[in-house]
Write a protein that binds this ligand. Structure first.
Ligand code: SF4
Ligand code: SF4
Length: 190
């Protein structure tokens, strides 16, 4: 019987379509962390460099509990500057996919809820609609911030920059058929 894959091998599998080099060539230089605006701002509980070290060390549970990849802004600064050619931004996407597929997302974290809301909305209508997306984080804000968000949304609607109702693309059924060929959708109306 084949050996169970290590955590690093599982993550390598998630990244099989990436053109970046494997994580074990990381030399822990810290360029990715130093260049990351989110890590530098103190928002990530583990820097990108440390996340890679933890994956290479097989610290699966600690990686799955980290907020790092959910806070990644996908700016790609780390990827273009890594001297070892590791696609760190793609790794962040891969870790999101891994935690969603394995139902390991953390309770109370906005990122997974936001992503799920976004995907369901796209599957149902073919278009993004900001007022629905906003519900995934609005109630985590304080009252003053919620009022400010509502005021901003109202003025955008009055200026015609935000539609009152969500739009649907034409030939939505065809779009859903295409999506079903690419990803396992389940029932989008659940
Ligand atoms: S920049 Fe590249 S080599 Fe340096 S720590 Fe980050 S991933 Fe590793
Ligand atoms: S892509 Fe993500 S991890 Fe990389 S520098 Fe930007 S925010 Fe940081």
């Amino acid at each position: 019987m084949a050996d169970k894959p290590t955590f690093r091998e599982e993550i390598a599998g998630v990244l099989h379509a990436s053109t970046g080099n494997p994580l074990d060539v990381c030399m822990q230089c810290g360029t990715c962390s130093a260049t990351c605006p989110v890590a530098s701002g103190g928002f990530m509980d583990n820097s990108p460099r440390r996340i890679i070290a933890m994956i290479n060390a097989g610290l699966k549970e600690r990686v799955l509990k980290s907020n790092t990849y959910w806070y990644c802004a996908s700016c790609y600064h780390c990827t273009v500057r890594c001297p070892r050619g590791i696609d760190i931004a793609e790794l962040m996407y891969g870790l999101k996919r891994y935690t969603v597929w394995h139902a390991k997302t953390q309770e109370g974290m906005i990122g997974p809820v936001f992503s799920e809301t976004f995907v369901k909305m796209i599957v149902r209508t073919g278009r993004s609609y900001e007022p629905v997306l906003a519900t995934s984080y609005l109630f985590t804000l304080g009252v003053p911030e919620m009022i400010q968000e509502a005021q901003t949304a109202t003025s955008l609607m009055l200026k015609g920059r935000l539609p009152l109702l969500p739009a649907r693309i034409k030939r939505l059924d065809n779009f859903k058929k295409v999506l079903k060929r690419i990803i396992p959708l389940g029932d989008p109306d659940e």
